[in-house]
Design a protein around this ligand. Structure first.
Ligand code: SF4
Length: 377
């Protein structure tokens, strides 16, 4: 383990499954919230790591469903077991319905200094389609409550690209959500479909239709343009911030391929060159920890070629791009000469810029970042 890392805690509870969700979560049963908090503490104590924790992220699922007292207990336990930096970014994801002035004040007191609010949309028919339980006004109200409590770093999550949404509609709806909430950070995700999510059945039966590739591209461009015009330039395919100081340090560390420890059911960890992941089942996770066993499901040691491909793929999703000297130092490979032809072609298509030792995607390149990575690594 290197001497700097992040901690992710996956909180596997949600009141009800949203129709577009493929994260591991389910409603809690009686007594489970407290058992989960104890289990996470048990897992953390069995995973000692030497070094400085620079970011902590409680995600899910719906962490705010735990309430401020249990969230505080988890954070206190992490502080007891790990060396968390004084200036660490400590984020909690919150559902708009859970945010009260008391909740916000208690989270701030506990040491959380950043929140990510699951706004998704400020339109009733979209929230209904997505299967969200909150109303359009709940997201902006939650942001306001958090701001009044003293949070200065507040991100919102939005979803666009719903069936029949045009680029003009997406642009307008994202603009309205951002103008109403005035966050410091926006994560705007284009709706995608995966087997297992409730919407998948509707897609398969033809009740809804997904957008074609050209439409997806147009939606992506319109949302990026809207956010840029509002003062939130993209720094990653789906992430935007008022300026560099408001970026998510935790998520940026993933894209920079830095190590992290994942706790909770289905959580992944990355301890280069090994990737590890926990059982994606709360009952089995709790049972394993109650029996003093590891909740690890499996692990995989990545080869240098796999690590290099991952580093390129992650870097090309960010506007910082790939630092070619750092890549050479880590893998002993000169990508600029190895892939000179492919890079030249991507440059002539206006997808990347090679300058100052960095390979950076252009705004158009960001829209096809995954395809670009396959061609360039
Ligand atoms: S989208 Fe978020 S709130 Fe909805 S079920 Fe999934 S994890 Fe829970």
């Amino acid at each position: 383990m290197t001497d700097r890392f992040g901690i992710y805690v996956h909180v596997p509870f949600c009141r009800r499954k949203c129709r577009y969700c493929d994260f591991y979560s389910r409603p809690p049963k009686a007594g489970e919230l407290d058992r989960f908090v104890d289990a996470v503490a048990g897992e953390a104590s069995a995973r000692p790591c030497v070094g400085r924790v620079e970011t902590v992220y409680l995600g899910g699922g719906t962490p705010s469903l735990l309430g401020a007292r249990r969230l505080t207990k988890i954070l206190d336990e992490l502080r007891r077991l790990y060396q968390i930096a004084g200036d660490a970014e400590i984020t909690v994801e919150v559902n708009p319905q859970d945010v009260t002035p008391e909740f916000a004040a208690d989270c701030l007191d506990a040491g959380f200094n950043r929140t990510s609010v699951g706004v998704q949309s400020v339109f009733a028919e979209e929230l209904g389609f997505l299967g969200r339980l909150h109303r359009p006004a709940d997201g902006p109200r939650a942001v306001e409550v958090l701001r009044e409590a003293g949070f200065t770093e507040i991100g919102i999550d939005l979803i666009y690209g719903l069936p029949r949404q045009t680029p003009a509609m997406a642009e307008e709806r994202v603009r309205l959500a951002v103008e109403t909430c005035r966050p410091t950070h926006v994560s705007a995700y284009q709706l995608t479909y995966a087997a297992g999510m409730p919407l998948w059945g509707e897609l398969e039966s033809g009740r809804i239709r997904r957008h074609g590739e050209d439409d997806e591209f147009a939606l992506f461009r319109s949302v990026h343009r809207a956010l840029r015009n509002l003062g939130y330039p993209a720094y990653e395919v789906s992430n935007f911030s008022l300026d560099d100081a408001h970026r998510s340090r935790h998520n940026s560390s993933y894209w920079r391929h830095l190590p992290y420890v994942g706790l909770g059911p289905s959580a992944h960890s990355f301890q280069p060159p090994v990737r590890l992941w926990n059982i994606a089942d709360l009952d089995r996770y709790l049972a394993a920890l109650a029996a003093g066993e590891s909740p690890l499901d499996d692990s995989e040691a990545l080869t240098d070629d796999q690590l290099a491909a991952e580093m390129v793929m992650l870097a090309l999703r960010t506007t910082d791009g790939l630092d070619l000297a750092a890549f050479r130092e880590r893998f002993g490979r000169d990508l600029a000469s190895e892939r000179a032809e492919q890079i030249g072609r991507a440059e002539s298509e206006g997808l990347v810029v090679l300058a100052d030792g960095c390979l950076r995607p252009t705004p158009t390149g960001l829209a096809v970042a995954d395809r670009l990575a396959v061609e360039l690594c």
